[in-house]
Design a protein around this ligand. Sequence first.
Ligand code: PEP
Ligand code: MN
Length: 362
Amino acid sequence: MAKTLDIVPVSEWGFFTLPRPMVIAGPCSAESQEQVLETAAGLAAFGIHVFRAGIWKPRTHPGSFEGVGTPGLKWLQQVKRDYGMKVATEVAGDKHVFECIKYGVDMVWLGARTTANPFLVQEIADALSDTDIPVLVKNPVNPDLDLWIGALERLNRAGVKKLGVIHRGFSSSEKMAYRNDPLWKIAIELRTRYPELPFFADPSHMGGSRDYLQEISQRAMDLGLDGLMIESHCNPSAALSDASQQLTPKALQHMLESIVVRDNDSDSREYREGIDQLRAQIDIIDENLLYAFNTRMGISRKIGQYKKDHNIAILQTSRWDSILEKMKEKARQSGLSEEFIETVFTAIHEESVRIQNDVLER
Ligand code: PEP
Ligand code: MN
């Protein structure tokens, strides 16, 4: 069972006033005072309350624009003063944290490359330990849920209680349309283990292109996530980093207005009764499945014994291949996903082999 995290509910951070989605927006990088202020003005104009801008940028190649550094923190102070926004930036080490504290940055996040490095996470956690600054942790670049959770635990142990996460997708060697593989199942797993953790999606870095922002944001809302972090730039085509995935504040406003946000739950009596009935049916079917698994594994045990008595090896791959093919054919006919059926029966088969092995070794 997962350990619990000791966290302060996001409703007590004093950051987000609107209902879902909570939105954090701003440029990939702070580039100039004018760019920062113009972008912030455009975002504040339609109610965005939390401004993001990278000050130190982790770039793949040296010589790319690596951020303006500390001078940019003054521009963030001006965004706070002029527009009453909260400001957030990425930190990748304790020096960044100390600069952020000095300049009154309201919230920080750990980038994907940093989350993948426990030394840096610990250094950042220690630097933040006497502060009350909220911290959002992006998923590590590699699809390793434990590494993500480990970063949350390090921060939490250091006393960071205003904690949240940002799902930005995972690096992949597969060729695909998105810049990073969403692997939503990892996000869903984390969400299930820590339902109280504020959960943001980052469609900008996941999609890598303006064209995908809408569909990814919609998906994030359909999964019931709390918020979105989206890159917005007053002049996207001239951006010094991530130009193809940024939107003008106006375009971001339109995009957000096009998203359908469904409630996470409802108190209405009619909804309650309907959903309770359906869930009761599911509960019965799940129990039947459990009973069927149990019966099936009992037979596997008998088969194991029978093979042992007759000195026969456990694995007969041709038999297994034909079972799987038959099941996939039935899945096709009944409209079930073949991939799903293959996953389920492969798991059943593995367990069956394990049980027969047990019998044989006894
Ligand atoms: C960013 O938010 O600009 C950034 C560098 O993101 P990531 O850490 O997700 O790559
Ligand atoms: Mn970026």
